[in-house]
Design a protein around this ligand. Structure first.
Ligand SMILES: C[S@@+](CC[C@H](N)C(=O)[O-])C[C@H]1O[C@@H](n2cnc3c(N)ncnc32)[C@H](O)[C@@H]1O
Length: 354
């Protein structure tokens, strides 16, 4: 049964209590932070053993485990002995979907999710509450804290090869010689592009810290002669031109005025006859049976509001934004589904309007 259909089960008050509950989301984040499932896999099954392994209070930990058992994440196989259910196994550190890393409070998304406690302010002002909570904007916080930056790189790279292959296969790259990937760290997509298309060279531009990390990874993989990496700011004039400029999962981080400024910088970096392509999250379908995709759209959209003041856009909003930056949409491929991530992407091609 999918998570969305289960939200429709039970009496209205059951459904309502599941929706309003902050206990379970925070308990899951604590379990992820403490790596409870990995400790269980290593043989710690009682609250006492788990408390010893995690340096926590055995009584309080028992209560946490008991709640997560009540919601189906753990099961009690014998009195006082706990292990993960199929659902709980998603919290194993080596699970390919990396849910533990998305939730852990010492990693960037778990940290950023805590800014939802300030959602009221974001709704009142339209401004991100991350900055209000942590004293600096999301990207500045990442730059100032290399460990958080590395955790962000790792999350961006989750299952990226399979996702990138699907994206690359949907576009006709014939005639493309030089791809400028703007905001392209950690660099998985541009590496996949040059590996798939032997005649193409790449340039990746990102903020200095992520650019340094991407440069090191690209060199390690032997692609330094095919991909230049530049530390810079996409609100400034871009330092190189290209016949294809790529913005992958970047504009959703920004409100319209900022997104327009980035688009204009990209348009100005196009060589004559050049093309801009965007990879973004696909808009929800109007088909009622695809409510899971719709849920992922609004979940990400709310995170963009709270973390960054950004937004996930519909096709109509993309058309308006493109026009306001002197661009027109020339092709739109949507949805691009992936076998490994539970949401869809779209590819939007834009060219300058004279
Ligand atoms: C959501 S990530 C997307 C990364 C990558 N393109 C992908 O598809 O996985 C957004 C990227 O924008 C970069 N970024 C944020 N502000 C920037 C700026 N002012 N100039 C250049 N890059 C920036 C971030 O460092 C990050 O790598």
């Amino acid at each position: 049964m999918s998570s969305t259909s289960s939200q429709h089960d039970g009496t209205p008050i059951d459904r309502f209590l599941r929706l309003v509950d902050l206990v379970t989301p925070t308990s899951l984040r604590v379990a992820a932070t403490l790596r409870l499932v990995d400790h269980m896999a290593a043989g710690a099954h009682t609250p006492q053993d788990l408390a010893r392994a995690t340096g926590t209070d055995a009584g309080a930990l028992h209560r946490l485990v008991r709640h997560l058992t009540a919601v189906g994440v753990f099961e009690e196989s014998a009195p006082g002995r706990f292990g993960p259910t199929e659902l709980g196994l998603l919290l194993a550190d080596d699970h390919p979907l990396q849910q533990r890393s998305w939730l852990a409070l010492d990693q960037i998304i778990g940290r950023a999710d805590l800014a939802f406690t300030q959602l009221l302010e974001a709704v009142k002002t339209g401004r991100p509450s991350y900055e209000a909570l942590y004293g600096r904007p999301f990207w500045d916080d990442l730059s100032a804290n290399p460990e958080l930056g590395e955790s962000f790189d790792a999350l961006m790279a989750t299952e990226e090869e399979a996702v990138d292959e699907g994206f690359i296969a949907t576009y006709d790259w014939s005639g493309v010689r030089h791809v400028l990937d703007v905001g392209g760290a950690p660099g998985g997509l541009i590496q996949s592009i040059v590996r798939t298309l032997p005649g193409v060279r790449g340039t990746l531009l990102d903020l200095p810290s992520p650019a340094d990390r991407a440069r090191a990874k690209i060199a390690q993989r032997g692609l330094a002669d095919r991909i230049d990496v530049i530390g810079g700011d996409f609100f400034d004039e871009l330092p190189v031109t290209a016949d294809l400029v790529l913005l992958s999962m970047v504009l959703l981080n920004w409100q319209d005025d900022e997104a327009r400024r980035i688009l204009k910088r990209c348009r100005d970096a196009l060589e004559p006859g050049g093309t801009l392509i965007l990879r973004e999250r696909a808009e929800p379908s109007t088909d009622a049976t695809t409510s899971t995709a719709d849920l992922h759209f609004s979940l990400l959209d709310m995170r963009m509001l709270v973390f960054l003041g950004g937004r996930v856009r519909t096709t109509a909003e993309w058309s308006e934004l493109a026009a306001s930056a002197g661009l027109a949409i020339t092709s739109l491929v949507t949805p691009i589904t992936s076998p490994v991530v539970p949401f869809d992407f779209c590819l939007i091609e834009m060219t300058p309007v004279d």
